[in-house]
Design a protein around this ligand. Structure first.
Ligand SMILES: [Ca+2]
Ligand SMILES: [Ca+2]
Length: 184
């Protein structure tokens, strides 16, 4: 999934990214950018990225299948506050806020709740997050690297800017065609 997203983004971003780079050429004699916050920019996190990162038990920045399996079990036990064996909507929202970063973070309860009882049991929890993890995991090792969980913020912003420019151009073309068809 992810390589396709990146390919699409790079294809879309290329023109805009080149413009951004050529516009940011203000460097002093030391070759350092002037007036630019060195800590600006950053990386966007894919769904579940924070949660998966917490499962890196041995600190090698790779989240293996074994680490993930242990992580799902521990996280579910923590989230199931009343020990009922499944997560109520409130328990799941509390979990997503703490582990995923927002109460309405992806995946939502409805995504995991296969049997539609409005609760998430341990099997549903494991299955849902395993499916999400498969999008980021290396095909050979099954491990998730941190780099698979993030996207360069400037690239994403460039893609958005490019998409908006294209939309404006299409709008202008439509307006132009309309005026030729129905001249005032
Ligand atoms: Ca690890
Ligand atoms: Ca359920």
């Amino acid at each position: 999934m992810k390589p396709r997203i990146i390919a699409a983004m790079l294809a879309g971003a290329f023109g805009a990214a080149a413009l951004l780079t050529s516009g940011a050429g203000a460097q002093d004699d030391d070759g350092e950018d002037e007036g630019r916050d060195p800590f600006s920019g950053g990386y966007l996190l894919y769904a579940g990225g924070l949660f998966f990162a917490t499962m890196d038990a041995d600190g090698d920045y790779l989240i293996t299948e074994t680490e993930r399996a242990a992580g799902y079990t521990a996280a579910f036990a923590r989230a199931d506050r009343n020990g009922s064996g499944d997560l109520s909507p409130l328990e799941y929202a509390d979990f997503t806020e703490r582990a995923l970063g927002a109460r309405d973070a992806i995946p939502g309860l409805n995504t995991l709740d296969r049997d539609h009882d409005n609760r998430v049991n341990a099997a549903e929890f494991r299955r849902g997050f395993s499916e999400l993890a498969a999008r980021y995991a290396d095909a050979e090792t099954g491990a998730i690297s941190f780099s698979a969980l993030v996207e360069d913020l400037e690239e994403v912003q460039a893609v958005i800017a490019d998409a908006r420019r294209l939309e404006r151009e299409r709008e202008h073309a439509r307006e132009h065609a309309r005026q030729r068809t129905y001249p005032n």
